[in-house]
Ligand binder design. Structure first.
Ligand SMILES: [Zn+2]
Length: 250
């Protein structure tokens, strides 16, 4: 059981929706102390439910029952009030503003425990653990390409694709290298490639107001070895794998 350090933030109000998601952030500030001071500052107008520092020390800022102010303008599966239906967890990291760093193991270990506890306590589906950039792809890039979604997935946490039929034909090297075979992969659907990408991302939950932004956010999460906004064969496979894992069809 994690030991929480109370650090109350005044920035919250009442939820308007049932709690069903966890949103992961990085603080984008030089130190955890500065982030903590800002999240609790009387005038900041921002908060999160939890902050985890690099050593795994976990602060509890807003009661889970309350609506903390961490997501801002955001979208997932037609919901635009993500603050109302989510818990926000901030991971201390200098972020892209102050020298983005890998997330230390102690910090991720604490996060895994916290996500397990919160998911069990509130009945949050484990595939509703998302990144800020997933729900705000035009505005946000946190927790960023160094965040270890694959480590979470090994514990059954986070949105992650299951192996699809298409996957089974490929070796891990194909997926990692984005080989000629994957780049020539054709979606199961008879739709055109770009239509499959857009419909797939929309069905999974993403907003697709600006498809390049959404593809970049998707790749940050699922293809972190790439940093561009072009869908390739691997992107197709991952979208199909996610649709399969969510038991969704397009
Ligand atoms: Zn954020």
């Amino acid at each position: 059981m994690l030991n929480f350090h109370k650090a109350p933030s005044p920035h919250f109000n009442e939820r308007a929706l049932p709690l069903d998601s966890i949103i992961l952030h990085y603080t984008d500030m030089p130190t955890a102390d500065e982030a903590l001071a800002w999240l609790c500052h009387p005038t900041s107008q921002v908060s999160a439910h939890y902050l985890i520092d690099e050593a795994g020390k976990t602060y509890h800022l807003v009661e889970d029952e309350k609506r903390a102010w961490h997501a801002g303008e955001s979208f997932w599966q037609d919901c635009t009030d993500i603050n109302s239906c989510s818990l926000g967890i901030e991971l201390s990291n200098p972020g892209h503003s102050h020298g983005y760093q890998p997330f230390p193991e102690a910090q991720i270990d604490a996060l895994l425990q916290l996500c397990e506890q919160l998911s069990a306590r509130w009945g949050i589906p484990k595939n509703r653990i998302l990144g800020h950039s997933d729900i705000a792809p035009r505005r946000k890039q946190d927790p960023g390409h160094l965040f270890p979604w694959e480590v979470l997935s090994r514990e059954g946490l986070g949105l992650w694709p299951t192996s699809s039929d298409a996957y089974s034909e490929l070796t891990p090297c194909d997926l990692i290298a984005g080989s000629r075979k994957t780049s020539q992969w054709i979606p199961r659907s008879s739709r055109g490639t770009s239509s499959f990408i857009e419909e797939g991302l929309t069905t999974i939950g993403y907003e697709t107001v600006s498809l390049p932004h959404t593809i970049r956010a998707f790749k940050r999460h699922f293809q972190p070895h790439q940093g561009d906004d072009r869908a390739d064969g691997e992107t197709h496979l991952l979208i199909q794998g996610l649709l399969d894992s969510l038991k969704m069809h397009i």
